[in-house]
Design a protein around this ligand. Structure first.
Ligand SMILES: [Zn+2]
Length: 346
């Protein structure tokens, strides 16, 4: 396995993790053996894994990165355990750390008020797990295919939708027209309208009136079924204008036609294949909501930042103008640590 040893240390790729310093010049190698650096500006010495989930693990970084890559693409845990002679609990712990990290990256990079949302599709997926059936709610931006947020709960209720819609709002750049295409669930319009409103500035005393964002449109796509077959689809404008909704749709998707929820259904299908825990006949069923969410965010993070879309050059995060290159999984893992963006290396 010598093939997988880390490349030689390169101080020019490191920034000082000391928040008060942050120097990118005058960084030297402190110890080759321990892979530690020294900042000659503030005097701090630090490991190249400082501030990352790789810090303090009792396994080499390359192995953690390989295992997390396999997990993101749906490799079954028993296969990883067998291939690398790892304890199943070790793999589960790495998965949990990676999920927590990816969730934080999602909040810092995606849900930071920088995304021109255009058309948003939201949907819920019914998942059978060992703790019983749960609902996974997700939302995406159609134009960029960006996964915006997901949440999991035993109940398909307003609380579940609010977790997702609140992060959609956090991602949204203010002052843009937004079209929500959602299913027929009655809690969608109420939740969206509760979340997307701000206090009106009237200059008067007392509690300000709350006003829904201008240029917000909600279309509900209702599928009527006979058994499992969809026999008819009806659409209703739950809020805003049908004309404006059509215009936003035309501007945000390549395949024109009628407003539907096909894009989020396709993303959920992708997540399903990448997350064994979501597949009904799974050998590694999710045992609790926290683990399922960790898997969702890890898979969603790799999807957003590392996975080049087949029909276009680059990742959803690039299409959404959040980053300028395809991240390696290692780069996603090391995000927030002292390593500079890896595209600078390659
Ligand atoms: Zn420093």
């Amino acid at each position: 396995m010598t093939k997988y040893t880390l490349p030689p240390m390169r101080p020019e790729l490191i920034v000082c993790p000391n928040a008060a310093c942050g120097a990118s010049e005058r960084i030297g190698v402190h110890s080759h053996q321990e892979r530690r650096y020294i900042c000659h500006t503030c005097g701090a010495t630090f490991s190249e894994t400082t501030g990352t989930l790789l810090y303090g693990l009792h396994h080499p970084a390359w192995l953690v990165i390989v295992v997390l890559t396999l997990l993101a693409f749906g490799c079954p845990v028993p296969a990883i355990v067998a291939a690398f002679a790892l304890d199943e609990r070790t793999v589960a712990a790495w998965q949990q750390k990676a999920g927590t990290h990816a969730r934080a990256v999602q909040e810092q990079v995606v849900c930071a008020g920088q995304v021109d949302l255009g058309q948003v599709q939201a949907d819920e997926l019914y998942v059978k797990t060992q703790i019983g059936p749960v609902w996974m709610a997700t939302a995406m931006c159609v134009f960029s295919r960006l996964f915006v947020w997901g949440a999991i709960s035993a109940h398909r209720d307003e609380r579940l939708l609010t977790q997702v819609i609140a992060q959609v709002r956090a991602a949204a750049r203010h002052g843009q027209a937004i079209l929500f295409a959602v299913d027929g669930l009655a809690s969608y319009p109420t939740t969206i309208l509760k979340v997307f409103r701000d206090p009106a500035r009237t200059g008067r005393r007392g509690r300000p009136r709350l006003v829904v964002w201008a240029e917000l449109h909600i279309v509900q796509v209702v599928k009527h079924r006979t058994g499992k077959t969809v026999t008819a689809i009806t659409r209703r404008v739950a809020y805003g204008s049908g004309q404006a909704a059509q215009e936003i749709m035309a501007a945000t998707q390549v395949l024109l036609g009628v407003i539907n929820t096909a894009y989020i259904e396709r993303l959920n299908a992708t997540l399903r294949t990448w997350m064994p825990a979501l597949t009904r006949r799974s050998r590694t069923p999710a045992r609790d909501v926290a683990r399922l969410e960790a898997r969702l965010f890890w898979t969603g993070g790799v999807y957003n930042f590392c996975h080049g879309h087949a029909s276009r050059q680059g990742t959803p995060a690039m299409a959404a103008d959040l980053t300028d290159h395809i991240w390696s999984v290692e780069e996603l893992i090391r995000y927030g640590g002292p390593l500079r963006p890896l595209h600078a290396i390659l």
